[in-house]
Ligand binder design. Structure first.
Ligand code: GLC
Length: 700
């Protein structure tokens, strides 16, 4: 060691809870004080006033908002709820990249800022509840609403969800949805999601639990489907035993719209508080009938109404300030949408062609109808319209100053493409192929209208998209594919024919500008896959989009691929950069109830970039079945060329437990734990083994 002190490496904390949860009003509620005020108010309420708290006020939205509860006489303002996970679905608003794209950033600080921005825009429009985030686990990439959720992994999902919730709850209440197991779209109103207790707690609920216990989510939306043949909207195990008795949830549960409530007494007793968007089962007439028949008692009505009034008082809905409307689509939010899009793109292939240089003489062809199409995602409840959207074409036209750019529509004469140095083809999916299933709508609709959507029966691109890629690759000197879509897409049938592939997801209103910045190297791509890209559907569990009975287990996504020793096209957590990185210096220190994990990350390349380090844990010699490995942490290191940072992650013992149905609780098993770190689920160069004997931890 030279006599000069070595410069200390930059220190990065992977998940800074204080930063992420700052300003979340749900975490600042004085529950003792609120309880006194609420009980005093409830004591004055008539049965009719309590019943009025239990349903929405009209079937159709008013200016995008759904009203519920409130009572002018009691000084309670109504809840004004609005979708959704992509932005404020009320008039024009900032259309952010879809949630799965934001998840590909693996950047919780950034997702917090997105939550702040969306919450602010909802509040500025007069709303007080954002019906987001969608956090149904991506059990199968063919799910119609894959774009709307964050991940196939519960830990990753939970991290992104609490960041969004804490950001948004600086301004409005959130409503993580759909509780629970809403993983198939076309049969969502009738299917039964069948699941054992262990898989439910270990895989499909942890992110809901974190949303409530860590980020104090103010409400929860229940799911349309059944769980083990009981509708989620009237499931006492979900809505009372788990949500309230086990997790301590003090907020309210609202149903999904119309078919989310299926009864009067059963739903009220189970713990469904608000029937949305308007009343049917919870009408005064139906409730009084249920009371008269003895099916229902007034205590249940009082209990549910109290939860609705509780949040109204706790959040001081009546006194909520309405920010200036000019914050909607303000420059700061537009810049944020562009930053998220840039960080969401996943570079899946790059045969030394990217980044491009905007030099005179460079002849660039941009090909495909999608290049000139506003493609913001599905036309379901999460649809958002912005006053301006940059497409790949408009983004490149605005960026390129010296090279020449020529646009070809899909049906133009593409035989001329051989004259160009670079051919960029924009291909992928639209709202026609995937989206929330709305049976009353058409598959293809006019601009701005809702569409039918549905699940995908195949991963393959539509024939006309594959034909376009094949045609371009057949004549071009160099082919770059920009892929738009909300989930895994089959690429193996054409990947070898192209020189580069960049997954764009649905990149939001700033997508075109972000594409130009990344293609020409203003920033390096840094996204990582939040969903495995299998080689084909055959690598996954059976997938029947018309199924009315769907079995769930511990195995799906990378867990299933690992268990079956299958090599995907691209693994969960994979993504390339314009630079290279090296990980070393793994240090693991044991404290009373967690591991402090530190790893040095060095940018060994020539340009700045970001590496996302992932921590997986395998339990070897366990006495119960275990999936081969599980993600239990990640951190993001933004580094200049040559720079090194020490990335710190905290791995809590609670994240190492498995759920034992016999004990109906969590167990930290005495066995060996292998902590593995790397840059994708299939690239984990560093590891550290530990043995837990029930009391002590020993490195092995
Ligand atoms: C839909 C969706 C839900 C949405 C609600 C209101 O059916 O399932 O996510 O928030 O209706 O639009």
């Amino acid at each position: 060691m030279s006599w000069q002190s070595q410069p200390l490496n930059k220190r990065i904390v992977a998940f800074d809870k204080e930063l992420i949860h700052a300003g979340n009003k749900g975490l600042a509620i004085d529950h003792e004080e609120v309880a006194v005020e609420v009980d005093a108010l409830m004591a004055t309420m008539t049965l009719s006033q309590k019943i009025n708290q239990l349903h929405g006020l009209q079937p159709a939205s008013i200016d995008g908002f759904y009203y519920a509860g409130g009572d002018e006489e009691l000084g309670l303002a109504p809840y004004k709820m609005v979708d959704g996970p992509r932005g404020a679905r009320a008039g024009m608003a900032t259309a952010f990249p879809v949630a799965i794209g934001r998840a590909a950033t693996f950047d919780v600080e950034l997702e917090r800022r997105v939550g702040l921005a969306m919450g602010l825009e909802v509040a500025a429009k007069g709303g007080n509840v954002i019906l987001a985030p969608t956090i149904n686990l991506l059990r199968h990439p063919g799910w119609g609403r894959a774009q709307e959720t964050y991940s196939e992994d519960p830990w990753h999902m939970g991290a992104m969800a609490v960041a969004f919730i804490s950001g948004a709850q600086n301004h409005v209440l959130t409503s993580p949805k759909h509780f629970a197991l809403n993983n198939l779209e076309i049969t969502r109103f009738d299917l039964s999601a069948n699941i054992d207790v262990r898989s439910l707690h270990e895989v499909y609920l942890p992110h809901f639990k974190r949303s409530i216990q860590e980020a104090a989510a103010a409400s929860v939306m229940s799911a349309y489907n059944k769980m083990n043949d009981v509708y989620c909207g009237e499931h006492p195990i979900l809505l009372t035993d788990i949500l309230r008795d086990d997790w301590g949830f003090t907020g309210f549960v609202e149903s999904d719209w119309f078919l989310g409530t299926r009864s009067t007494a059963a739903a009220i007793d189970a713990g469904m508080d608000i029937e949305m968007p308007s009343t049917h089962w919870y009408s005064e007439e139906n409730i009084n009938e249920a009371l008269a028949s003895g099916e229902l008692n007034e205590e249940a009505i009082h209990r549910n109404a109290r939860r609705v009034v509780y949040q109204n008082v706790a959040w001081q809905i009546a006194d909520m300030e309405v920010p200036d409307e000019r914050v909607v689509e303000c420059e700061e939010h537009i810049a944020l949408a562009r930053e998220v899009a840039e960080k969401s793109f996943v570079l899946l292939k790059n045969d030394k062609i990217l980044p491009l240089e905007d030099t005179p003489g460079l002849k660039v062809a941009l090909v495909g109808d999608l290049a000139d199409t506003v493609n913001l995602g599905d036309r379901g409840s999460s649809f958002v319209t912005s006053s301006e959207v940059s497409t790949p074409l408009s983004g490149l036209q605005a960026f390129i100053k010296h090279a020449s750019l020529h646009y070809f529509r899909s049906d133009d004469d593409l035989t001329r493409l051989g004259e160009f140095d670079i051919c960029i083809v924009v291909a992928g999916l639209t709202y026609v192929e995937e989206g929330e299933f709305i049976p009353t709508q058409q598959q293809e609709v006019e601009e701005g209208e809702l569409a039918r959507g549905g699940d995908r029966e195949t991963f393959a691109l539509p024939d006309h998209q594959r034909f376009l890629i094949d045609t371009v690759a057949g004549v071009a000197k160099k082919t770059i594919v920009l892929l738009e879509g909300g989930s895994a897409i089959q690429v193996t049938d054409w990947l070898d024919k192209v020189d580069a592939l960049l997954m764009l997801w649905y990149p939001g209103r700033e997508g075109g500008h972000a594409i130009a910045n990344v293609l020409f190297g203003n920033c390096s791509p840094s996204g990582k896959l939040p969903v495995s890209f299998p080689r084909s559907m055959d690598q996954l569990m059976p997938w029947d989009v018309n199924s009315l009975s769907v079995d769930h287990s511990l195995l799906h996504g990378y867990r299933l691929l690992d268990h079956q020793d299958q090599e995907p096209a691209f693994p969960f957590g994979f993504g390339m950069s314009y630079t290279t990185f090296d990980l070393d210096g793994l240090q693991i220190e044991r404290t009373a109830d967690h591991f402090n994990v530190t790893v040095s990350v060095t940018n060994t390349g020539t340009v700045s970039g970001v590496e996302i380090v992932q921590l997986y844990v395998s339990c070897t010699d366990s006495t119960v079945f275990r999936v081969p490995k599980e993600l239990k942490g990640f951190g993001r290191a933004e580094l200049e060329a040559g720079e090194t940072a020490d990335l710190e992650m905290n791995l809590g013992d609670e994240d190492l437990r498995y759920y034992d149905p016999e004990q109906n609780g969590w167990v930290l098993e005495s066995c060996s734990y292998d902590l593995q770190l790397g840059v994708s689920s299939r690239d984990l160069p560093l590891s550290s083994g530990w043995l837990f004997d029930g009391v002590e931890w020993q490195p092995v």
